[in-house]
Design a protein around this ligand. Structure first.
Ligand SMILES: *Cc1c(COP(=O)(O)O)cnc(C)c1O
Length: 276
């Protein structure tokens, strides 16, 4: 193992203390996938700033966006110079601009990763309002959580939890259904009501590429189970109270009336039961 790539799903941090300890003991690098983690924190420290490298995404689906693009947080200064070169088509152009070399030339692998001024200006306007965006998303998140709580008490679904040492940016709101068929039926039901709910990632080890690289279905049972039962509800800055209430009503109606007999299984690895 050369590198661990923790994914901070939904803007909620992985258990970084544990991962950092393992990595330090064995000389393994950590690259945080903080694509969903802009303006989220772990024990008061920004996601993306904890590993050797951290990656942010400003894709259109993220909290703060410029359509496409992202940022690389270089937390280990010894990696900075090479990162600049790779960003600049494999050239030492940055060193030339700083007057460190008298002409710039091709020195390493690279591509053209520089964001445009126009996209950056668009992004900057949102970065200035980053906290306001988080606050609004927090309201939407809590509305779902409060209004769907009775269904969890009845064992009809499970709600997300945010551990105490994490400050989320409320990137998304998911629910866990008892089984994959209930999840799929609920997706269809919401679609028929004009509500766009979606499932999420297919486990990488079961993807065509993952299989080619030696992945085996069944080898990560918790991942596979959660992926098959997870459903995301609409959550965006200008989602209205009226629309959000309708989403809650449609979910409640469906789960109360449907033949959901089995209680939602509690995933083995998600045992923390902190309430927000
Ligand atoms: C969005 C996302 C990415 C990809 O980000 P890009 O900006 O499209 O490269 C990677 N990982 C996670 C977890 C994401 O949510």
């Amino acid at each position: 193992t050369k590198v661990i790539v923790p994914v901070h799903y939904a803007g909620v941090s992985c258990e970084m203390d544990v991962l950092l300890t393992i990595a330090r003991q064995r000389g393994i690098r950590i690259i945080e996938d903080a694509a969903q983690g802009v303006n989220a924190f772990y024990s008061g420290r920004a996601l993306g700033s904890l590993g050797d490298l951290g990656t942010y995404s400003f894709h259109e689906t993220k909290n703060v966006s410029c359509g496409e693009g992202g940022a690389l947080c270089v937390n280990d200064p010894s990696l900075l110079e090479r990162a600049e070169i790779i960003r600049d088509k494999g050239t030492n152009r940055r060193q030339f601009f700083r007057g460190q070399v008298d002409k710039y030339t091709w020195v390493d692998i690279g591509s053209s990763y520089v964001p445009s001024e126009i996209a950056s200006a668009f992004l900057y306007g949102q970065l200035e309002q980053m906290d306001e965006i988080t606050t609004r998303r927090q309201q939407l998140y809590h509305f779902y959580r409060t209004r769907l709580k009775p269904l969890e008490v009845e064992g009809l679904l499970r709600l997300p939890r945010i551990p105490e040492d994490c400050d989320s940016n409320f990137h998304l709101f998911y629910i866990l259904l008892p089984d994959s068929s209930t999840r799929d039926l609920l997706l269809d039901h919401l679609k028929s009501q004009g509500i766009m709910a979606v499932f999420h990632y297919i486990p990488l080890h079961t993807s065509p590429m993952g299989l080619r690289l030696g992945g085996r279905p069944g080898s990560l049972p918790v991942t596979e189970d959660l992926s098959s039962r997870l459903l995301r509800l609409p959550l965006y800055y200008d989602l209205t109270k009226h629309d959000q209430s309708r989403v809650v009503e449609c979910v409640s109606e469906f789960l109360s009336q449907s033949n959901v007999h089995s209680a939602v299984p509690v995933p083995a690895l998600i045992s923390a039961d902190q309430e927000m």
